[in-house]
Write a protein that binds this ligand. Structure first.
Ligand code: MLT
Ligand code: ZN
Length: 450
């Protein structure tokens, strides 16, 4: 089998040395680990097709992997699967300056896509803290969200078409990038969020968005969850060119400042904070100041317009993930709530976690602009599912989604039925059987065991 794989990608790109393969066996959550039987590193779509042909012949389970920044165990070989690393497919081609599109190889990072866009006067709609490692292919497989979803939508909204090798062995390619193209099933849309279970995306035609050079970032302090969530709703309706609307609490801020030696943003602590970013063609600061004033609920404000200070304010939010990792391996429970239950959820979830496990600590932050809360729980063993079960149950009771942007992976698999009916799951299985009839592609994620 190794010989057949080497014939496809070359000897150097079938990695069996356990020390080298180890870094492919753990994702950013650090909760899921595994030892791949080998890591295969193809160079192009034809080699991906060749690798999958060998996997089909030998019935080998294979986990496609990009930058390995996943947070639900969806790209980790927990059961000793082969890793199919797409990182070598990193070229960015066919940049269309006039039309605002480019074709990104699956292994190009989000930072690379952003740079290629900026080089021709455009911007990319997806931005996330893992931008230097997360790849175009990985963000498509997970339909990643990030910091600008309220303005530009998730990854699915950026993808005009894909090239992919399906589990059937067939290569499909639809990269013309026509804005209007109403010609049947949306295979790209289907592959977005399919978590490597149907096919391996090798390239994507991505739409770009206009640059918005005038940036205003404001960090706002609040005394209550109700005040912060009401302000969020108001800002979504009234703030022009709103690009991000993020929330975090004082315990998370204190941890970030402590771990990274950052100064606190205000002379005193407040219970919670919203970070608001506007990005526009014109200076929006006067309008933002007026809106903040009129809410009457903001206890303190720090504002930045130059890049260095904007980035400085963002650190307080973006560095939560790394800071929490220093406390322990978190259970990362990424959920969305309907607006009507967001306050109730935020106020209730720490008690629900404490009842499920008195040793647990809850950290809350997230993308309030999308109703998306990242519930991080430390002090719980990685394989203890009790806290997860209780939080997922609360989310379902309040009409929310058990996965807002990280996907289902291994982490949420037991609770997919909280959001998806029997009929929907049966339809998922029918799609899986049609596109991956031998069940070799990421067989242990997304779909419930039975
Ligand atoms: C974020 O919003 O920072 C990311 O989703 C990562 C995380 O949830 O830790
Ligand atoms: Zn997030």
């Amino acid at each position: 089998m190794a010989k057949s794989l080497m014939e496809v990608v070359g000897e150097d790109h079938v990695v069996i040395d356990p020390d080298v393969a180890a870094s492919y066996g753990i994702d950013w959550s650090r909760r899921y680990t595994g030892t791949p039987s080998a890591v295969i590193r193809p160079a192009d779509t034809a080699q991906v097709a060749g690798v999958l042909a060998v996997c089909r012949d030998f019935s080998l389970a294979v986990v496609p992997q990009g930058g390995n920044t996943g947070l639900v165990g969806g790209g980790v070989p927990v059961d000793g699967e082969l890793i199919l690393s797409l990182r070598r497919l990193s070229s960015i081609t066919d940049v269309d300056q006039a039309g605002g599109q480019l074709t990104a190889g699956a292994g190009s990072t989000i930072a690379d896509v952003c740079s290629a866009a900026a080089a021709v006067g455009w911007s990319y709609g997806i931005d996330l803290a893992s931008r230097d490692s997360a790849t175009a292919g990985g963000t498509i497989a997970t339909n990643a969200g990030g910091l600008r979803v309220l303005r530009y939508g998730p990854t699915r909204s950026q993808v005009m078409g894909v090239e992919a090798v399906l589990g059937t062995g067939v290569t499909v390619s639809h990269l013309a990038g026509l804005t209007k193209d109403n010609t049947g099933y949306d295979l790209a849309g289907l592959l977005c969020g399919s978590e490597g279970t149907l096919g391996v995306v090798t390239a994507a035609r991505l739409r770009l968005v206009p640059e918005s050079p005038e940036r205003v970032v404001a960090l706002l302090a609040f005394s209550s969850v109700t005040a912060a969530v009401s302000a969020s709703l108001e800002f979504r309706r009234t703030v022009p060119d709103l690009r991000s609307l993020e929330l975090f609490f004082d315990d998370g801020l204190a941890l970030v400042c402590d771990v990274f030696g950052l100064p606190r943003p205000f002379p005193k602590a407040y219970p919670l904070y919203l970070l608001v970013e506007m990005a526009s063609q014109i200076d929006r600061l006067p309008e933002l100041s007026e809106i903040i004033e009129s809410t009457g609920a903001v206890d303190d404000v720090a504002v930045a317009t130059d890049t260095a200070r904007c980035d400085g304010l963002w650190q307080y939010r973006e560095r939560h993930t790394e800071a929490i990792n220093t406390v322990g391996t978190p259970h990362k429970l990424d959920v969305t709530l309907p607006w009507s239950h967001l306050v109730e959820f935020i106020e209730t979830v720490p008690n629900v976690v404490r009842t499920a496990n008195p040793h647990a600590t809850t950290w809350l932050f997230g993308h309030t602009g999308d109703g998306n809360v990242h519930v991080n729980v430390t002090g719980v063993e990685p394989d203890d599912l009790n806290v997860d079960e209780h939080v997922m149950t609360l989310v379902a009771q309040l009409g929310g989604s058990i996965s807002a942007e990280h996907g289902i992976g291994r982490a949420k698999r037991p609770w997919l039925h909280f959001n998806r009916s029997k009929e929907e799951i049966a339809t998922f299985r029918a799609i899986k059987n049609a596109l991956d009839p031998l069940g070799i592609l990421n067989p242990n994620v997304l779909l419930p065991v039975h």
